[in-house]
Design a protein around this ligand. Sequence first.
Ligand SMILES: Cc1cc2nc3c(=O)[nH]c(=O)nc-3n(C[C@H](O)[C@H](O)[C@H](O)COP(=O)(O)O)c2cc1C
Length: 185
Amino acid sequence: MTINVITISGSLRKASFNTALMRALPALAPAGFRFFEAPSYGGMPVYNADVQAEGFPADVTDFADAIRKADAVVIVAPEYNWTIPGGLKNALDWVSRLDNQPFKDKPVAIQSVTGGAVGGARIQYHLRMALTFLCASVFGTPEVFVGLAHTKFAPGTLELKDEPTRKAVADQLAAFAVFAARHKA
Ligand SMILES: Cc1cc2nc3c(=O)[nH]c(=O)nc-3n(C[C@H](O)[C@H](O)[C@H](O)COP(=O)(O)O)c2cc1C
C-alpha cells in the first residue's frame, strides 16, 4: 500500500536541524511511504479572528489542503521555551478554525531535534495535547528525541550522521507505517 506522508518542519530557518531530519526521512522509511513537504506556513499572519472574518489567507487554505490530501503527517519540530514554536502553533491555530479541519482522524507522528540534551520531550507533550484536541490520531511509541543536535549532523551538509539516531528514526517510521496503513485501510 502506498502511503502519502506530508512532512512539516517546526523551524523556518535555512540551516535548521529539524528540517535536515525531515529531509532525511525518505532514506530511512520503509517501502510504501511517499513523502512530500508541506507548503510553508511562515507567511501566515498571526491568528486574529478579525482577519479570519475577512477570509482565510491563501497560505492557510493551501497548508490545510495539502494536509487533507495526505494519508499521514510527520511533524519534526524544535522546542522553544519548553513548548511549541510560535510559528507552528500559529499554523495549527489557523487550520483549527476551518470547516473540515485537516488534522481530524489523520495519523500524525512527532519527532524533535534540539540543541539541548533533553531532545524536545516538552514540545512533544504539548504538541500531542494540541493535536489530540484537533482529533488527530497521534502515534505513540517508539518516540524520536534528538538532543545535542550539533553532534548528530555533519557540519555544513547537515547530513544525519549519528547511527543510533538513524536507527531510532527508522524504527519509528516502520511502526508508523503499520499504524498509518491501518488508518488508510
Ligand atoms: C526561541 C528559542 C527558544 C528555545 N528554547 C529551547 C527549549 O526550550 N529547549 C531546548 O532544548 N532548546 C531550545 N532552544 C534551542 C533549540 O533547540 C535550537 O536552537 C535548535 O537548533 C532549533 O532547531 P532548528 O535547528 O531546527 O532551528 C530554543 C531556541 C530558540 C531560538
